[in-house]
Design a protein around this ligand. Structure first.
Ligand code: IMP
Length: 429
C-alpha cells in the first residue's frame, strides 16, 4: 500500500490535522486536494501549538513534500504569512512546498464579496455562516470560467484581462449590495507581481509530482479539508462549502486517477460539532452544550466562532462512510467525551428519515444513553492510555458500537491533542 486518503467524516473540525500529522511521519508526500484557508488544522508537537490553514499537515517533517493541488483556492497573502510563521518555527526549511499552477487565486475582492454577501444575507436571516475568506466567490468564478489561476499570475497581460472581466461582473454586484468596494485592477496587478516572484520556486503540475513520487515507490498521504456533510454535492446543501470534501475530490483536485487510491480513512470526533448555519440533528442546547463546548475547546481554529455541539450521529457517519468508500475510521476526542456526566448517541432518526434521501432538516434523532460513562475514576487518566486493551470497558464498547453501526473498522483512536496521545490500530500504508 502506498497511498492513503484522510478525510473528515462529519462537518469539519474532526481532528484531521492531528491525525494527518501523526500519519505523515510515514509519508514522503502530503497533498491537499480542495478547499482553502477556510480550513484550520491545529497540530500540537511536543507541546507546541502549530495552526495551518493552507499548508498540508506534513509540514512538521522537514523534507516531506507538501503539495497544494489544482482543486484548492489559494489566498497568496494568507499563504505567504502562514509560510513565514511556519519558517519562524523552524519548519519548511527546504523546498518542501509545491503549488499547482492550476489552483485558483483568492483575491482581496473575493474576501470582501464573501463578507458583504454574508452581511446582506444575515439581514434576512439566510446567512450560510461562511468563514468570510473568499472561498465561495473564488470557486464560483472558477465554475463560471472567469476565475484566475496561479499560472495567470505569471502572465501580466492575460491577468489584466482576467481582472477586467472580474470587475465587469463583481463591481455591479458590490454596488447592488450597497458596498463601496470595487475590483482594483492596478493594485491587484502590482500585488500579483510580488506573489508570482515568491511563488515561482514552488509552482508545478501537482499530478506529475504525485505520479513521480509513486513511481519512486514513495508513500503519499492525501489530506482532505472540512468534512463529508459540508461537501458541495453530498452535504447539507446550501449549508456547505464550495468544494468536494470527500475522497472522490482527490482525483479531480490533484490530477490523479482513482486507481492510485489504496485506503480511505475517515475522521470523526467521539461527538459531533458544526460551525455556521444548517441542519444538525443531534445538536445540544443549554448547559449540556456549554459543558461539551468547554470540555472540548470547541471554538473555530480559523474564525474563533463557538461551535455548535451534539452527540455522535451514526446515520450521518454511516452516510459519510459510504460517500468516501471508507476503509478505516479514526475516532478523536474520546478524552473529552469522558469528561461529561453522561453520554448519549444517535443510532437512527425517527420515522426512517435517511441521509442522502431525506433532507437532514427533517431528521429527529432517537437518542440512547450509554452506561458506564461519567465516571471520574477513569476519565482523567484516559489520555495516558496507549493500548486498546487498556481502555476502560465503556470506551471499548463505544468503539465497537460505532464500528458495527458504520460497518468500518476502527483504525486509530485519539485521546488528546498531542501526537503521542494516539493509538494506531492498523498500518496506514
Ligand atoms: P466557506 O467554506 O467559508 O464558504 O463556509 C461554508 C460553510 O462551511 C460554513 O458553514 C463554514 O462554517 C463551513 N466550514 C468551512 N470550512 C470549515 C472548516 O474547516 N471546519 C468547519 N466548518 C467549515
Amino acid at each position: 500500500m502506498s497511498t492513503l486518503v484522510v478525510v473528515g467524516a462529519q462537518w469539519g473540525d474532526e481532528g484531521k490535522g492531528k491525525v494527518t500529522d501523526v500519519l505523515a511521519a510515514q509519508a514522503q508526500v502530503v497533498a491537499r486536494f480542495a478547499g482553502g484557508n477556510n480550513a484550520g488544522h491545529t497540530l500540537v508537537v511536543e507541546g507546541k501549538k502549530i495552526v495551518t490553514h493552507l499548508v498540508p499537515s506534513g509540514c512538521t517533517y522537514p523534507g516531506t513534500a507538501c503539495v497544494l493541488g489544482a482543486g484548492m483556492v489559494i489566498d497568496p497573502e494568507v499563504f505567504q504569512d502562514e509560510v513565514a510563521t511556519l519558517r519562524k518555527q523552524g519548519l519548511l526549511p527546504g523546498d518542501e512546498l509545491r503549488v499547482s499552477l492550476d489552483a485558483h487565486v483568492i483575491f482581496p475582492f473575493h474576501r470582501e464579496l464573501d463578507g458583504v454577501r454574508e452581511d446582506a444575507q444575515a439581514a434576512s436571516g439566510k446567512a450560510i455562516g461562511t468563514t468570510r475568506r473568499g472561498i465561495g466567490p473564488a470557486y464560483e468564478a472558477k465554475a463560471a470560467r472567469r476565475g484566475i489561476k496561479i499560472r495567470d499570475l505569471f502572465e501580466p497581460e492575460a491577468l489584466r484581462e482576467r481582472l477586467v472581466r472580474a470587475a465587469s461582473v463583481l463591481d455591479p454586484e458590490f454596488a447592488r449590495l450597497g458596498s463601496e468596494v470595487r475590483v482594483q485592477i492596478e493594485a491587484n496587478l502590482e500585488a500579483a507581481k510580488a506573489w508570482a516572484q515568491w511563488l515561482r520556486p514552488m509552482v508545478c503540475d501537482a499530478g506529475e509530482v504525485i505520479a513521480e513520487a509513486l513511481q519512486r515507490k514513495e508513500r503519499v498521504l492525501f489530506e482532505g479539508a472540512q468534512g463529508a456533510m459540508l461537501d458541495l454535492d453530498h452535504g447539507t446543501y446550501p449549508y456547505v462549502t464550495s468544494s468536494p470534501t470527500t475522497a472522490g475530490g482527490v482525483c479531480t483536485g490533484l490530477g490523479v486517477g482513482p486507481t492510485v487510491i489504496d485506503e480511505v480513512w475517515g475522521i470523526t470526533k467521539a461527538y459531533t460539532t458544526r460551525v455556521g448555519a444548517g441542519p444538525f440533528p443531534t445538536k445540544l442546547d443549554g448547559d449540556a452544550a456549554h459543558r461539551l463546548r468547554e470540555a472540548g475547546g470547541e471554538y473555530g481554529a480559523t474564525t474563533g466562532r463557538p461551535r455548535d455541539v451534539g452527540w455522535l450521529d451514526l446515520p450521518a457517519l454511516r452516510y459519510a462512510a459510504r460517500l468516501n468508500g471508507m476503509t478505516g475510521l479514526c475516532v478523536t476526542k474520546l478524552d473529552v467525551l469522558a469528561m461529561l456526566p453522561e453520554v448519549q448517541i444517535c443510532r437512527r432518526y425517527r420515522d426512517g428519515v435517511k441521509p442522502g434521501v431525506d433532507r437532514l432538516e427533517a431528521a429527529v434523532p432517537e437518542l440512547e444513553r450509554l452506561e458506564g460513562w461519567g465516571d471520574a475514576s477513569w476519565a482523567a487518566g484516559l489520555s495516558e492510555i496507549r493500548r486498546l486493551e487498556d481502555l476502560p470497558a465503556p470506551v471499548r464498547a463505544y468503539l465497537d458500537l460505532v464500528a458495527e453501526a458504520v460497518e468500518v473498522p476502527i483504525a486509530l483512536v485519539s485521546l488528546g491533542p498531542d501526537r503521542d496521545q494516539t493509538i494506531v490500530l492498523r498500518a496506514p500504508f
